[in-house]
Design a protein around this ligand. Structure first.
Ligand code: PMP
Length: 375
């Protein structure tokens, strides 16, 4: 309600939405989705009412999976699953399924708000959660270097979050864990750049940042990890049930999956793949970090320079009153969703895939102008 009052009744496609929790969709995808609510092209059925046992549902799942395999070169020994319950359910499913060593030893990195939540869930299921690195004492301002943590060779897995949405931190590479399977929460950065799935045992990402609408979570799991899943895991929470049934163990959120299909087509056909997407994302983030760096600490970047996220740019102003004014003025100019996460405050500009470079440019100019007027 507030948004429509302050932005002169612009519609959602005319606004630059920098919100961090739920991201963006390309305009073409929104228009195709609008069409599919009435009728999936050539199918005479609404995407809202596709039966999960129908061939059409299978076709939608298969093409979406194939597009993901093409975009990320996912080999056959990995399963691609479409699950529900968000990234948060994965915090619980991972230890339930994969905490399989005799002593229940698992390694976790705590690099921010979300990886810390994953630790809390694991601690319910295992008395042997080893925090191999924590950024808590440094207020989660940076990611670790490889020399700062040691992997327990007997751990069942190592878990980390590649991109901390709240604090705006991102790994540049990945932690090399040798033979110990590496598990990763990629919710904020999945499909924003290429990565090599062969370095991972399991990767998961909810759809609502870069790949679709809330309701579906993508899990990519290496086949050998299914072997040791304990037999007392409830079927619905057992990865094997979903592998066996090709993601229709129970009724899948087919409309949400249909949106992922449209987004993966857009990435393949319109964007020309993840390398191109990454080049654009880097350019968008560079504009905002330039405004921060040129501001002589009027804008204070939360992350250390070598841990800066290209997806979530987090910074603060000299006072919370100025931050409120910044957010309000930006809204009147059609830039919304800039308030920081409730746990941290400040400003967060999220630059998910569909944010055009014009959005970053407009925000950069506004930051420069706001500083001149309020310094
Ligand atoms: N991990 C990350 C990195 C997130 O940003 C979020 C939410 N924004 C979550 C996990 C939790 O996701 P969900 O709400 O889908 O459970």
């Amino acid at each position: 309600m507030l948004i429509t009052q302050t932005t002169n009744n612009l519609n959602s496609l005319q606004l630059y939405n920098f919100a961090g929790g739920v991201g963006l969709l390309p305009e073409s995808v929104i228009r195709e989705a609008q069409q599919a609510v009435l009728n999936i092209p050539d199918c005479q059925i609404s995407a809202l009412v596709v039966n999960h046992r129908s061939q059409l549902c299978r076709d939608i799942l298969d093409e979406t999976e194939q597009n993901l395999r093409t975009l990320l070169s996912i080999p056959e020994n990995y399963h691609v699953l479409f699950l529900q319950g968000g990234a948060s359910l994965q915090f619980a499913m991972m230890p339930m399924n994969l905490c399989t060593k005799k002593n229940n030893a698992v390694d976790y990195m705590t690099t921010g708000y979300w990886s810390n939540k994953a630790v809390k869930e694991a601690e319910i299921l295992s008395k042997n959660v080893n925090i191999i690195w924590s950024g808590k004492d440094q207020h989660f301002t940076r990611m670790p270097n490889a020399s700062e943590y040691q992997i327990n060779p007997d751990a069942a897995y190592v878990h980390y979050c590649s991109c901390e949405t709240v604090e705006g931190l991102q790994f540049t590479g990945y932690p090399d864990t040798g033979k110990v399977p590496l598990l990763c929460d990629m919710s904020s950065e999945f499909l924003t750049k290429p990565f090599d799935i062969n370095n991972y045992g399991l990767v998961y990402a909810h759809a609502q940042k870069n790949i679709g609408a809330a309701g579906v979570t993508i899990v990519i799991i290496r086949d050998d990890l299914l072997q040791d899943i304990p037999h007392d895991v409830p079927e619905i929470l057992d990865y094997r049930s979903h592998v066996k049934m090709g993601s229709i163990y129970n009724t899948p959120p087919i409309f949400a999956i249909y949106i992922v299909l449209l987004v993966t087509r857009w990435l393949l056909n319109d964007m020309g793949g993840l390398h191109n997407m990454n080049v654009q994302n880097q350019a968008k983030a560079a504009l905002l970090y330039q405004a921060i760096d040129d501001s002589e600490d009027f804008y204070h970047g939360h992350a250390h320079k070598n841990s800066r996220s290209i997806i979530n740019v987090v910074f603060s102003l000299p006072s919370s009153d100025l931050e409120k004014q910044f957010i309000k003025e930006a809204e009147t100019l059609g830039m919304i969703g800039l308030d920081g996460h409730r746990s941290l405050g400040g400003i967060r500009a999220s630059l998910y895939n569909p944010m055009p470079i014009e959005g970053s440019l407009k925000l950069q100019k506004f930051m420069q102008d706001f500083q001149i007027r309020n310094q």
